[in-house]
Ligand binder design. Structure first.
Ligand code: ACO
Length: 402
């Protein structure tokens, strides 16, 4: 006899949209994605042009400020970032406390969250100077935090930033240089990593960016908001897929390299196995980033003089999937994560660092969205509705009567 209408919200119509498949939460002028035609543009610039002709720092400036920088603006922006690459010495103690086998993504989100304890002078989202300072600190310090996480995991001493190097060069040196040993930067690696960071720099309302916006919508500071985004990125359905792809390829190799058998497993949904690095919520055509990364994987392996049996397995998997009705009918194509891991591996990164590299790339996008939201006078706290499905009403029962 209960009136179901009493459970319906009293404030008007509520839509239920599983996983926000069709619901826009924001208006945004940052990134355009056309999933049916495989188009991606940052601030109107095609991703192909930015990856071919731009740099990551220029792209970061573009995403955050809306325009490509002039020579002077770029020099000033780079110089500012360079001045903030060092971490407070006490931040290093966090790493001492982490277990040696801690996942670098866990260290990344924790240490970025902890930045809000060290840099309390840039918390106020409504002070333009403080907003800018937080942004510069995040851009400058994330490579240092990421490199320290790697050093912790391999038990090597931390390498301090060197400010005469470019953003990517500095990160590579902090990661791979060992004190008292020769270290040489390889231009092929520098160039390829810069391109990969550009390709990851923004992708509108993906899970981690929406997380940054949701946390920031409560007016939490930028460090706290970005730390939450890093946690969201870690999952294997999102940025964690680049690690999962490589583990999948290694497993197929260990099982004798039988790609057909693996595809059968995916189609039969055995043990919930998915073809990692395939499928995308928005792209129902080839992910334009995947096309660029695939080309880059071939180039980098060739230029580094490396061959990788896992690349052969990946190519076979792609070929089989693209001609199989299971994948074709569901419009499942390789996404950005399918080939990136092969490049990172050729560069010498362990699998556990792959998602950290994604985070380094995505940082300017997260920051750009945080600013866009804070600067929007019409923005409100993010607060989804729900459809209640629990018991309508019942009386409390004393503990001894249950
Ligand atoms: N392997 C096998 N089947 C898949 C895959 C896959 N990789 N992706 C989707 N499907 C199937 C689903 O089972 C579903 O089939 P059904 O209609 O018979 O039930 C259908 O394709 C539609 O998929 P959904 O899960 O509804 O798609 P959704 O948009 O919710 O998920 C996601 C997108 C999470 C990317 C999914 O494709 C996936 O899990 N892919 C593998 C993980 C991955 O590569 N993630 C990285 C995404 S890109 C990024 O974050 C950078």
């Amino acid at each position: 006899g209960f009136d179901i209408s009493k459970l319906l919200p009293q404030t008007g119509l509520v839509t239920l949209d599983n996983g926000f498949g069709n619901t826009a939460a924001y208006k945004s002028a940052i990134t355009f994605v056309d999933g049916d035609n495989g188009i991606l543009r940052y601030r109107g610039y095609p991703i192909e042009q930015l990856a071919e002709r731009g740099s990551f720092i220029e792209t970061a400036y573009l995403l955050i400020n809306g325009e490509l920088p002039t020579t002077d603006q770029l020099a000033e922006f780079s110089n500012e970032i360079t001045q903030h690459t060092l971490l407070h010495e006490d931040v290093k103690r966090f790493y001492q406390g982490f277990p040696r086998d801690a996942h670098p993504m866990a260290m990344l989100s924790s240490v970025v969250g902890a930045l809000s304890t060290f840099y309390q002078d840039s918390h106020n989202p409504f002070d333009a100077g403080q907003r800018h300072l937080s942004t510069v600190r995040l851009l400058a310090k994330l490579p240092t935090i990421a490199a320290y996480a790697y050093k912790k995991s391999v038990g090597q001493p931390f390498v301090y930033p060197r400010n005469d190097l470019s953003y990517v060069e500095n990160f590579l040196r902090m990661t791979f240089a060992v004190p008292a040993q020769e270290f040489e930067l390889n231009p092929v690696v520098v160039n390829a990593l810069d391109k990969l960071l550009i390709l990851h720099a923004d992708h509108e309302q993906n899970c981690s960016t929406s997380t940054v916006r949701l946390v920031g919508s409560s007016h939490a500071n930028q460090f706290a908001s970005i730390s939450a985004g890093i946690s969201a990125l870690w999952g294997p359905l999102h940025g964690g897929a680049n690690q999962a792809v490589l583990e999948m390829l290694e497993q197929i190799q260990q099982d004798g390299g039988d790609v057909d058998a693996f595809i059968r497993k995916v189609k039969n949904r055995e043990d919930g196995v998915k073809l990692m690095g395939f499928g995308h919520r928005v792209y129902k055509a080839f992910d334009p980033r995947a096309a660029l990364v695939k080309g880059l994987a071939h180039d980098v392996l060739a230029q580094l003089g490396k061959s990788d049996e896992l690349l052969e397995i990946a190519l076979k998997l792609e070929e089989h999937a693209l001609s199989d009705d299971f994948f074709v009918s569901r419009k499942l194509y390789p996404n950005v994560d399918f080939y990136t891991g092969l490049i990172y591996r050729a560069m010498g990164f362990p699998t556990s660092m792959f998602t950290v590299l994604f985070a380094l790339g995505r940082l300017p996008g997260w920051i750009a969205h945080w600013h866009e939201m804070i600067n929007d006078p019409g923005s409100r706290i993010g607060r989804p509705r729900q459809i209640y499905t629990g018991t309508a009403i019942r009386d409390y029962v004393e503990l001894d009567k249950r």
